[in-house]
Design a protein around this ligand. Structure first.
Ligand code: SF4
Ligand code: SF4
Length: 573
């Protein structure tokens, strides 16, 4: 540690760290638009400039390292004036349509203008006339609102590992674009939403379907069923000022009923069906020693990646729909017949943590009688907007139960929210399947926590089962390289594109927060601890689905209902 002087006080900082991180660690707030903790610094926005004695010019705190002799001023008149001018420059060509912007009230540029007391337009720039890109099912790009901070470029390249965006042209013409400036839907984007959650403005937003959902809710002939994934019930709290991680399932049920949804289901029951299908697939592959390692396919962004970049892995993927697509199929078939109504009278909506689920819903496999099994998809943050739009006071609601027949009476389907949870839930069931007895300690702690790669080996009568769970595409790809080169061997690999899994998905509340992700994860583990039924194969509601409709996991009947197929896609790289 060394000492430096900041605003006339001595503080201890770590030798070699950036000024920005030293200030942050000492509770001194300096604004920034381009910097994010996991990304390399660029100094692009110059919002974090500070005065360092001995330097003629202001220096960007994100890209200068601390030195022992430094005397820094973070909020001098000169610094504040420079920051204000930088914001005014950004606003000079901005569309100024804050009232109509999806990020109104949650925009970092807006907040900075307010904090820096920007009250007049002092610089007149030429307004951008870029067109809105609505080609992608999950994400809308509004380049006119882009402030060229480069976060999306770096997140997509450095964290996701896809590099769908880059800077293009120079000077006043500088802009963010996909390869050959093609619309997002034709680029290499896998719709993970990490850029959306990182963008400080409304330049990257959810592709909303509010209008369509409203039309369905208003139509007396249409029955609207809605399902929500377990990630949603532990993260929607943050949108309404509750403590991060607070589980608000009952309150959410109550809000959805008030909005007018006719049936409210938890996706976790479909999660248990998914786990049973996956366990049956793993048991079969182990028996036949084929297509090992089995690689999970629940993450829609991961499937998009494999289809575009690693088609040779398609045969290793589990050919089973995701839990919400299983639930969607069951709503359009089993539930419709229980209601004795026609399929076209039921519209099904999904609330999820994931932007890629919007595109997944349109996959050709996921239709029944020419209509999508999941008609509309809302992210967690969109759901919060819909609740506010309907004038519902979330804080005042009394909890209510969800509807049958998709009761989630096992915690296995809920564990799928976390990275490692899918492997844990699957092992509980495959162990029972292969050994005809229950796994003694169902809590597989080696698969828990926030490391990128986790692994566990469990004994089985027919040899060991070696499993890895990996989150973050970059980590997944390096692990797979080691598997391909023979350095590592696994029977099953769980892959989640988003770090820490779905709980930290691209459709979750903005801004992203690591403490919030940890709190959400803790609560999912808490649910598992408190639930007496911990295995998918013990969920009576899921077993009833097999009894009435699908015979047994892995049967021809269940495959016909829940099958997923994969196709090599050509994309611009
Ligand atoms: S789209 Fe958003 S994240 Fe990307 S450069 Fe523009 S403002 Fe920054
Ligand atoms: S959605 Fe994901 S893959 Fe697509 S541009 Fe954004 S970060 Fe990259």
């Amino acid at each position: 540690m060394i000492k430096i002087e900041v605003n006339k006080k001595m503080i201890s900082v770590e030798r070699g760290e950036t000024i920005l991180s030293a200030l942050k660690n000492n509770g001194i707030k300096v604004p920034t638009l381009c910097s994010m903790s996991e990304l390399s610094p660029t100094g692009a926005c110059r919002m974090c400039v500070v005065e360092v004695e001995g330097y003629d010019n202001l220096v960007p705190a994100c890209s200068f390292r601390v030195e022992e002799w430094m005397k820094i001023r973070t909020h001098s008149a000169r610094v504040l004036n420079a920051r204000k001018t930088n914001v005014e420059l950004l606003l000079s060509n901005h569309p100024d349509d804050c009232l109509y912007c999806e990020r109104n009230g949650n925009c970092e540029l807006q907040k900075l203008s307010e904090d820096l007391n920007v009250r007049n337009r002092t610089i007149q720039g030429q307004k951008c006339n870029f067109k809105l890109d609505t080609s992608s099912k999950g994400i809308v790009r509004d380049p006119a609102k882009c402030i060229l901070c480069g976060r999306c470029v770096r997140v997509c390249e450095e964290i996701v590992g896809v590099a769908a965006f880059d800077f293009e042209r120079r000077g006043e013409q500088l802009r963010i674009a996909t390869a050959l400036s093609e619309p997002l839907a034709f680029s290499s984007c896998i719709e993970c939403g990490m850029c959306v959650i990182s963008c400080p403005t409304g330049a990257l937003i959810d592709h909303t379907q509010f209008q369509e959902i409203d039309t369905s809710l208003d139509d007396p002939e249409i029955i609207v069923a809605i399902q929500y994934t377990p990630e949603v019930v532990v993260s929607i709290a943050e949108e309404f000022g509750f403590r991060p991680g607070t589980e608000l399932k009952g309150i959410l049920n109550s809000a959805l009923r008030k909005i007018g949804f006719d049936y409210i289901f938890e996706t976790s029951c479909g999660g248990d069906v998914y786990v049973m299908e996956q366990a049956a697939e793993l048991a079969t592959r182990l028996k036949r020693s084929e297509k090992i390692p089995m690689i999970t396919s629940r993450c829609a962004a991961w499937v998009n990646y494999v289809e575009a970049f690693r088609p040779e892995l398609m045969s290793n993927l589990v050919p089973v729909r995701s839990p919400h697509q299983i639930t969607g199929k069951l709503i359009k078939t089993w539930f419709t017949s229980k209601l004795k109504t026609k399929k076209h009278r039921i519209h099904s909506v999904l609330i999820t943590n994931c932007t890629a689920a919007k595109q997944e819903a349109t996959r050709p496999d996921y239709y029944t009688d020419h209509t999508q099994d999941v008609d509309f998809v809302l992210t967690t943050r969109e759901m919060a907007r819909l609740i506010r739009l309907n004038g519902i006071d979330f804080q005042e609601l009394e909890p209510e139960p969800a509807d049958g027949p998709f009761h989630a009476v096992s915690s296995a389907g809920k564990l799928l929210a976390t990275c490692g949870g899918e492997a844990e839930a699957t092992l509980r069931t495959v162990y029972r399947e292969m050994n005809k007895k229950e796994l003694q300690d169902a809590r597989l702690s080696k698969l828990r926590g926030h490391r990128d790669v986790k692994e566990v080996t469990i004994p089985s009568q027919k040899g060991e089962i070696r499993v890895a769970a990996v989150s973050g595409l970059k980590s997944a790809l390096s692990l797979l390289d080691e598997v391909v080169s023979g350095k590592r061997h696994y029977d099953m690999i769980e892959v989640m594109v988003c770090k820490d899994g779905c709980i930290n998905g691209g459709g979750q509340p903005i801004p992203p927060s690591q403490p919030a992700v940890k709190a959400r994860t803790r609560n999912i583990y808490e649910m598992d601890k408190n639930e007496s039924v911990k295995s998918a194969h013990k969920n009576k509601a899921a077993l009833k689905i097999y009894e009435e409709l699908a015979r047994s996991p892995g049967s021809d009947e269940s495959r016909e209902l829940f099958l997923a197929s994969f196709e090599h896609k050509k994309v611009l790289k």
